[in-house]
Design a protein around this ligand. Structure first.
Ligand SMILES: [Ca+2]
Length: 399
């Protein structure tokens, strides 16, 4: 591994990019350190040297990496963009097309067809956007020119291992700017750990072979905890007197306990009679839809650590399988908040004694918890969801 002192140095070099000779020298030194680790993991010097020969940092990758989203995502906008009628229809068509393969994978890995197709739809819109960056160059740039040195050093080593074990050149190994590859957007480390050659031609091809891509996704999902049984989530109806502060991922109860409180599936059907641990969330606040999250929701979050992504996978999978869409519409006045606004909120909530973390402009669990405390104080429903009205009230209410 590269010493942590180096990490600081390499992070600092991004400021010196106007002096290419200096940056290039540092980049070569960084590649040399990655090569040492690759050799330790059994990559041949020849493979490493061929991949790193004439390799330069990709400024486009550095630019994309430093881009910060200006606004928070709202549930309504995110789901509206990712679960479109077109994506559902195309998913149903793809599921029919690959039915026998997907059924066989369900028997072997325990992952239902609609989930494999939903991930495919979310990751690359069914193979439409595979990415055309050179993966070795991307992950080496991120390892050497950003602060996530340990993570991307490993991804670079794993990318070299793919070249060696899968008989590919670094020109052929293509992916997103951040190194995610093929139909399911596998990072190099995921590829090395979980990708399988399903069609038996002796090579793993996540770009052109759907048997390889689907089987690899099924193997990955099983590896990160996906189990047959309950889906990842269900939309639910909450009873009138439901204690809103319990709608939080930190509160887990057996499914049966929520049912005993009067929680039903959307449409009125009872919840599954299950003792599995589960949580309730209100991603658009108390006026929007409620969801129960079953254990498979955590497995989906192990694929991508975004709650909205994981909700979208579950909603898309259900509809691809012919099930209903979400019944409760999100409130149409919900607005994305800018990072600056969230920072102002955090500063104000800190002054009120409700928030003790950094004002980082991110709407994390601690900020939502502080929002709940202020909501309680002023007699608003304590759902932890900052509406535009809430923000106005919070920022105006200065004593
Ligand atoms: Ca293959």
């Amino acid at each position: 591994m590269i010493p942590s002192k180096k990490a600081v140095l390499f992070a600092a070099t991004t400021a010196f990019l106007s002096t290419p000779a200096f940056a290039q020298g540092e980049f070569r030194a960084c590649l040399q350190a990655i090569k040492t680790e690759a050799l330790r993991q059994g990559v041949s010097a020849e493979t490493a040297d061929r991949a790193f020969q004439n390799l330069t940092p990709d400024q486009k990758v550095i630019d994309l990496d430093s881009r910060q989203p200006e606004f928070t995502l709202t549930y309504g906008r995110y789901i509206g963009n990712s679960v479109t009628p077109e994506r559902v229809a195309k998913g149903q068509q793809k599921m029919a097309q690959y039915r026998s393969l997907l059924d066989a994978l369900q028997r072997e890995y325990g992952v239902p067809p609609q989930y494999l197709v939903a991930f495919w739809g979310m990751e690359t819109n069914y193979g439409t956007f595979l990415g055309d960056f050179q993966v070795v160059r991307s992950v080496a740039t991120l390892a050497c020119m950003t602060k996530r040195i340990a993570f991307f050093t490993n991804e670079t080593v794993q990318a070299l291992r793919i070249l060696a074990t899968n008989g590919m050149t670094s020109q052929q190994l293509r992916g997103s700017w951040a190194g995610a590859m093929g139909n399911m957007q596998f990072m190099p480390s995921t590829f090395m750990k979980y990708a399988v050659d399903r069609d038996g031609n002796g090579r793993i091809d996540l770009w052109n072979s759907m048997p390889d891509a689907f089987a690899s996704a099924a193997n990955f999902l099983r590896g990160i905890g996906f189990k047959p049984g309950l889906p990842s989530s269900d939309e639910v109806f909450l009873p009138q007197n439901f204690p809103l502060e319990q709608a939080d991922t930190s509160v887990e109860k057996p499914v049966k306990a929520w049912a005993a409180m009067g929680v039903k599936r959307a449409g009125g059907a009872p919840l599954p009679a299950s003792d599995e641990p589960s949580s309730i969330i209100l991603p658009a606040g108390w006026r929007g839809p409620a969801f129960i999250l079953y254990p498979n929701f955590k497995a989906v979050m192990n694929w991508n650590r975004s709650t909205l992504y994981a909700l979208a996978v579950g909603i898309l999978a259900r509809q691809i399988a012919g099930g209903p869409g979400v019944m409760q519409a999100p409130p149409d006045d919900d607005q994305p908040l800018s990072r600056d606004t969230v920072i102002q909120m955090q500063v104000r909530l800190a002054r009120l004694g409700f928030y003790t973390d950094d004002a980082d402009g991110l709407l994390g669990p601690k900020t939502r918890s502080a929002v709940r405390m202020f909501q309680k104080q002023i007699g608003m429903p304590a759902d932890g969801h900052p509406t535009p009205q809430f923000v106005q009230r919070l920022l105006q209410d200065v004593h």
